[in-house]
Each structure stands twice: as structure tokens, then as C-alpha cells.
Design a protein around this ligand. Sequence first.
Ligand code: IPD
Length: 282
Amino acid sequence: MSTNLSEVALQELHLFALELALTGGHFVRDERPKKVCVAQTKATELDVVTIMDTQCEALLRSMISERRPDDAILGEEGESVPGTSGLTWVIDPIDGTVNYLYNIPAYAVSVGVVVGDPTVAGDWTAVAGAVYNPLVDEVYHAHQGGGARLSRPAVQDIEAGIELKVQEPDALAKALVGTGFSYDIEDRRRQATIASEVLANVRDLRRIGAASLDLCAVAAGRLDAYYERGLHPWDAVAGCVIVAEAGGIVSGLQGPVSRKMTLAAAPRVHAEMHRLLVQLSR
Ligand code: IPD
């Protein structure tokens, strides 16, 4: 999909995505109560929301509405806000909420911006994004055509970060692969069956617990591939532009990324993983 945004406009979106991710990250890290409580559950009892998810999302929504009132907003924890500019901010205030609950240092604030409708598979293009893990002070960020970087904002200028490049292992058998599991038990049973077959064909499997960080790990060469069924746009949008700008491919099984499948990897291993997942999904 052509996006027709100038480099200046893309840089502006990139910087704002960074500001949002860093602000949200500092908020959820610094204001984290000693004992994090589950405020509510969503589709299943295991799909939890903490008070910090809702407060962080409210903070990010207010910043977007104030600075870019014409843009739409799609967030994990609230109603969609329509816009007129053709751009939608897609936010996950805490990706890896279960890690946050247990204080495992693998959660992130994920902020992406798309042209098109992020709720319709194939109808959107991610143009800028930032994913910030505040506990390890790592922010992954990119805009379309500008490359992807990993920076440590507490200790260096954002521009001083390292340029990201996906890794291409010699063969699928040597690939370290990430995945994730649904909050729905029946979905999990099917995912576990597929995961056990994947495990037999690759170096090893990782389940980090935050899809945005999994996608960024592919961009950074910390994983060779990542796949998951059931992701929502807020889990994936920012990571998609970061992987693409690091030279990777992100797709679904039949065409674009959809709730049915998100598969990210360098081109050759992507093709091999795709073949394997198609075979296992029959
Ligand atoms: C979840 C995480 C997890 C993935 C789930 C997501 P949340 O997001 O990204 O790694 O396996 O599919 O829903 O609920 O922590 O924002």
C-alpha cells in the first residue's frame, strides 16, 4: 500500500512514537505498585488487565489527542477514537502484562502508527513505531525507509543506537524461534501441538511473553524467526515496521499479517518456516 508520506512527516511520526513509548515505559516502571493487582479480565480469566495498563493507555491517548487531534487511536484497553487524517496510532500500554504482573523484565510499551485500517488484514501499512522495555532500557524504533535502531535512552542519544539487521541462519534446523500462546485453553492445545512439531525442526523455541519484544528480537537478530496465531494489531503493528526496516519479512500464512498468523524472519528462513507452518496447519 502506498503511503505518500514525506520523509519529514515520517520522521515526525517516528519521534512522536518514541516519545509516547518512553513516556509510557517510564510511567509503568516508576509507578509500578509493589503488588500489582488484576483490575479486570477480558476474553478469558487468564487475559488480565492491571490498573497500570488502563492508566498508561489513558496517558498515551491524552498525549495523542492533544498533539495530533486528527489522527485515529486504537488501543488495547479502550474504545477506538476515529480520525480524519488517514493515520491511526496503535498502542499497547503494557505488552507482556503477565510478565509485568510477576515483575519479569520482559514487558514493553508498544506504539505504532499505520496508514489504513489496522483492524482489517491487508488494509494497513505500519509507517513508524517504537517498542520500549523500560526495565532493561532498550527501545527499538523505526520509520518506513529509515532503517531500524536499538537505543538505550538513559545512557545515550537516541540516534547513537545500533542499526538493526535480521539474521539468516544456515538452515531452519539452526534457527532459534520465538512463539506465544493464546489466553484461550482450546487455542493453546492446538498451538502446543504445532509448537511440538516446530521444536523438532529448529534449534530451539523461546516463549518470551511479549509479542512486540519477540518481533523486535527478530529485527535485532536475537531470534531467527517468530510466529504466533491470535495476535491483535496492538501486539504487532510497531514490531512490523521495525522488522521490515531491519530487512525481515512479516506476513501471515495466506498473505498479510492477520489474527490467524504473524510470521517474522529474514527472507530465507521465513520461506522455510512458512512452508513448515502451512504443512502443520493442514
Ligand atoms: C500478549 C503478549 C504475549 C502473546 C499474547 C499477547 P498482552 O499481550 O504479547 O506474548 O503471546 O498473544 O496477547 O496481553 O500482554 O498485551
